[in-house]
Structure formats: structure tokens, C-alpha cells
Write a protein that binds this ligand. Structure first.
Ligand SMILES: *Cc1c(COP(=O)(O)O)cnc(C)c1O
Length: 376
């Protein structure tokens, strides 16, 4: 089998081609309106996203990172507070905790599902714990039932990091039918171009069902303004541009279809990778659907090196999300360390393969044919 050209991690070119006219029209409406910041397009998108997620309040902002920071500011997180974060996630999750002067407390994740371990959250709680940030990593929900129970028992907040999980919904138990981002106190979304719902630039949103929190988040995202030029608190300048909102409004109508395409690609990967005993393909949690932001396989470290070299020589993109536990990052050197053996292990073993809405069966079969060339 031959691939005609290289295979990328994401293929936004071909995705965009299919909706180009709609996108162009939406962008031009904004240009003609000259309402570039805030206004109807942004409000419309927030309303549609709220309906999609089933959540009462959607506050637009500039990025997923800003969403996390604004959420934490709204909850009053600062010096002296501890915030529990997975040791295995994108840097931004823990970065904002440190930026606000609070202390990130690193908790281990499940080695098969990559989501935060409730039993390790229990061990990490102290009288200073103010919040837990479960990350719905790669597109599967953290165990929100268990996390909610812990949060209730200790009177701490839950901030869901949904940057990778839009399209993931709980399918059984206490939160059946609920989208990620509609379970904790606050949900934080990213519309970075390569995310499941991607803008043509940066973008983010905060979700909550608590109207007081919604109001505070809205103020913080806009320089702490209550009334225009009257500032109730210190805030930030974090906006979703109207052009991005207009693009997102169009793409949101395709989101379920995009998620289906990712799931289809994942099933095909499962099928073609099944014969390779040395590869662990991503395990599905029983209580949610997997929105497959990433398709992440695992293998022994030495084999991963061989696979990476082989994929490189065949122009097939791949990535290691994430190569280093957060607590081992230089920027986190001053924070207390905790033992997170699963994280240490999976950082050596994970490998993300191309995953996007345009991936064809042929491409996936071609990738599998490259794996056949690996000598164990
Ligand atoms: C992408 C991402 C973020 C940050 O989102 P930006 O929009 O890039 O700021 C935060 N957390 C996780 C888990 C992410 O994947």
C-alpha cells in the first residue's frame, strides 16, 4: 500500500474546503457589520454552545488557558491555596494555578485511560485544597461521580478542563446525558484550531450553571467591569473575536459529524493495530463516549523509539503527548513533588497517531503497514 503524500496530525485544509462558502459568508457578515469585538455573533455562538452542552451560562474568552485562569480567579484561588491537577496533562492546566500564586498539587492518572485517579486525589487533599481540575484528556471524561463525591465531602470546587473533550458526554450513572463541562462548578473550553471545535485563531469559553459565578467570570474577562468604566475587581482582557465566533457558529453545526469521523477513524485504527501484540490501543471508559481528540497508543519505550524513526522516514506525523510529567517541568521545580508512577511510566510509552476528521481508511491501513516493518 502506498500513501501518495505525507500524513499530518490534523488536516484542516480539507476540512475547511468542504465548508468554505459558509465560512466565507459568516466572516463577511462580520466585516460588513464592523462589530469585531463582542456583539451579536459572539452572543449567538455562546447561546448555541450553551444549548449544545445543556449549560446555562457560556462566557466567551480568548483561549482555553484564559478560561482556566478566569475560572480560578472567579473562585478566588490565590496564594496559600492548593489546586489538584493531573501530573499528566497539557502544561496550561497547572500553569495558571502557579500564575495565580496558588500551589499545583500533582496527582497520578490511570495508565489505561489517562484520566485523574480519584483515590490519589483523596490522598492529596489537605485543609488548603481549594479546587480540583479534572482534565478530560484526549476526549474521555474523568470519573466525575467519584470526583464529585470527594469535592462534596471536602467542600472544594471542581473546574473541568474540557479543552480536549468537546463532544464527550456521560452515558451512564449519576450524570448520564451530561456533556463534559456541565458537571463541575465551571467548565473550560479551548477553540485552538486543532481542537475538536477549532477556530481560525485562538478562542475559549467558560461554562457554568451558577449565575453568580457566571457574572463574576464575565466581569473578570472584561477588566473586572460591572458597569462600563466602573471596575469592581481586577480582571483581564480576554475576548472571543466576532470573526472567530462566526466561524465557530458554522463549525458547531458540524461538530457531531466531526466527532463521528474521529470515532470512525479510531475504530479503523483499532482494527488494523489489533494484530500487533506489542501495541496497546486506547481503552474506552464504560461511562462516556470518546470524542477522540487524540488517538494515543502505548508501547515499550525502546519500541516507541523505533516506531518514531520509522514513521519519520515515511512522512507520517506523530506526537508524544506528553513527554514529561508536569512536576518534572523546570517551571514547576519550586512546587512539592508527589509520587505519580503511572504518569512517569506512560510519558515513556505514549504515542499519538494522526487523528482528524479527514483521515481515510487507506491512510490508516498505510500507517499499519509501517508498523509491520518494525523488528521487535
Ligand atoms: C489546548 C489545551 C489547553 C489550552 O487551551 P488554549 O486554547 O491553547 O489556551 C488547556 N488544557 C488542555 C488539556 C489542552 O489540551
Amino acid at each position: 500500500m502506498k500513501a501518495t503524500s505525507s500524513i499530518a496530525m490534523v488536516d484542516l485544509q480539507n476540512q475547511t474546503k468542504k465548508i468554505r462558502d459558509e465560512i466565507n459568508a459568516a466572516i463577511h457578515e462580520v466585516i460588513d457589520s464592523t462589530q469585531f469585538i463582542g456583539g451579536e455573533k459572539v452572543n449567538q455562538f455562546c447561546e448555541t454552545l450553551g444549548d449544545y452542552l445543556g449549560v446555562n451560562h457560556v462566557i466567551p474568552c480568548n483561549s482555553g488557558t484564559d478560561a482556566l485562569q478566569i475560572a480560578m480567579m472567579a473562585l478566588g484561588i490565590g496564594p496559600g491555596d492548593e489546586v489538584i491537577t493531573p501530573d499528566f496533562t497539557y502544561f496550561a492546566t497547572a500553569e495558571v494555578i502557579g500564575i495565580l500564586g496558588a500551589t499545583p498539587v500533582f496527582v497520578d492518572v490511570d495508565k489505561d485511560y489517562f484520566t485523574i485517579l480519584p483515590e490519589d486525589i483523596e490522598r492529596a487533599i489537605t485543609p488548603n485544597t481549594k479546587a480540583i481540575v479534572p482534565v478530560h484528556l484526549f476526549g474521555q471524561a474523568a470519573n466525575m461521580e467519584a470526583i464529585n463525591e470527594i469535592a462534596d465531602a471536602h467542600n472544594i470546587y471542581i473546574i473541568e478542563d474540557c479543552a480536549q473533550s468537546i463532544g464527550c458526554t456521560v452515558t451512564e450513572g449519576e450524570f448520564i446525558g451530561k456533556a463534559t463541562g456541565n458537571i463541575g462548578d465551571i467548565g473550560c473550553f479551548s477553540f485552538f484550531p486543532s481542537k475538536n471545535l477549532g477556530a481560525f485563531g485562538d478562542g475559549g469559553a467558560i461554562t457554568t450553571n451558577n449565575s453568580k459565578l457566571a457574572k463574576v467570570c464575565r466581569q473578570i474577562a472584561n477588566h473586572g467591569q460591572g458597569k462600563r468604566y466602573y471596575h469592581d475587581r481586577l480582571g483581564v482582557n480576554s475576548r472571543l473575536d466576532a470573526i472567530q465566533a462566526a466561524i465557530l457558529q458554522v463549525k458547531l453545526t458540524y461538530l457531531d459529524n466531526y466527532v463521528n469521523q474521529r470515532q470512525r477513524a479510531a475504530l479503523k485504527y483499532d482494527e488494523v493495530l489489533a494484530p500487533f501484540e506489542w501495541i496497546t490501543s486506547p481503552k474506552r471508559l464504560p461511562y462516556c463516549n470518546h470524542s477522540f481528540h487524540q488517538y494515543v497508543i502505548r508501547m515499550q519505550y525502546d519500541l516507541r523509539k523505533k516506531v518514531i524513526a520509522m514513521l519519520n522516514s515515511h512522512n507520517v506525523a506523530h506526537n508524544v503527548y506528553y513527554p514529561l510529567p508536569l512536576q518534572k517541568q523546570d517551571a514547576m521545580a519550586s512546587y512539592p513533588k508527589r509520587s505519580c508512577p503511572n504518569t512517569a511510566k506512560i510519558c515513556q510509552e505514549v504515542l499519538a497517531l494522526p487523528m482528524h476528521t479527514e483521515l481515510t481508511d487507506d491512510q490508516i491501513e498505510y500507517i499499519a503497514s509501517i508498523f509491520e516493518k518494525i523488528t521487535l
